[in-house]
Design a protein around this ligand. Structure first.
Ligand SMILES: NC(=O)c1ccc[n+]([C@@H]2O[C@H](COP(=O)([O-])OP(=O)(O)OC[C@H]3O[C@@H](n4cnc5c(N)ncnc54)[C@H](O)[C@@H]3O)[C@@H](O)[C@H]2O)c1
Length: 245
């Protein structure tokens, strides 16, 4: 399939690590011009990225409106406009900690990055997006399913699904969709679960490159009829009935 992303101007948050880094590389490989934005605490320092000529890097915190606004302005100036915005910046917070032992500060931090950060990204980039452009946000299968010790993260990702649908209604010039993957092998997942859990996983694990493929499709002209959707990629686990048949 022709994704027709050549020459598109793309901004990716969380672009220094994991899924964001895979998206930045995948868009560049399709011939897009990419700005990767990150606060740069991931496994790959953002300054390592300019080795890829099509990827320009900018440092910003998505929870800080002034900081993010300046970075968006820099991206728009560098690219000459925006066609695609991808929101990958996110944190897992105190995964594994029961809610009754979780501080208000930890809850607020998860919501600030995962929810407010995506809202600010949409708010600040929409005026610069071309007609027919696309926003793709990283939610998670945690918007729909959970394990104990994930309440703030699940709440934040449920909010991303809801805000995606609301943005798709409010933003009439661009499409807005989100991707909801199950476990992806990234520094975030390895930090939360440990290397052994992923190296000897007895559950299906996606690669960041696979998720980037889903993001690129949703951002591409062939997906022009797809709007306000949450693409749940979980190997079908959430479709399974509790009935033991
Ligand atoms: N890894 C998984 O299993 C998985 C599954 C479903 C959804 N997701 C979501 O995918 C997205 C990417 O996750 P990942 O696994 O690649 O994680 P990651 O930790 O490898 O990368 C996340 C990046 O976001 C950046 N970031 C965090 N807070 C930021 C902020 N305030 N401002 C700017 N940048 C910030 C980090 O510096 C990091 O580079 C997240 O939203 C995550 O919730 C991950």
């Amino acid at each position: 399939m022709q994704l027709s992303l050549t020459g598109k101007n793309v901004l990716v948050t969380g672009g220094a690590s994991g899924i964001g880094l895979a998206c930045a590389r995948a868009f560049a490989a399709e011939g897009a011009r990419v700005v990767a934005l990150d606060r740069s605490v991931g496994s790959t320092d953002i300054h390592a990225l300019p080795a890829i000529p099509a990827i320009h890097t900018v440092r910003a915190d998505v929870t800080d409106e002034a900081d993010l606004g300046a970075a968006v302005a820099e991206a728009v100036s560098h690219l000459g406009g925006l066609d695609v915005v991808v929101g990958c910046a996110g944190i897992s917070g105190p995964v594994g900690t029961p809610l009754v032992e979780t501080s208000a500060a930890d809850i607020a931090a998860v919501l600030a990055v995962n929810v407010t950060g995506q809202l600010l990204l949409a708010k600040l980039t929409y005026p610069h997006l071309s007609d027919g452009g696309a926003i793709v946000l990283l939610a998670s299968d945690s918007a729909f399913v959970s394990a104990p010790g994930m309440v703030p993260y699940c709440a934040s990702k449920g909010a991303v699904v809801a805000l995606t649908r609301a943005l798709a209604v409010e933003f009439d010039r661009v499409r807005v969709n989100c991707v909801c993957p199950s476990i992806v092998d990234t520094p975030m997942a390895r930090g939360d679960l440990g290397d052994a859990a992923l190296d000897q996983a007895d559950f299906p694990v996606q690669t960041a490159d696979e998720v980037a493929g889903h993001v690129l499709y949703l951002a591409s002209p062939p997906a022009r009829a797809v709007n306000g959707q949450a693409l749940l990629t979980d190997f079908g686990y959430s479709a399974r009935s509790g009935f033991p048949a």
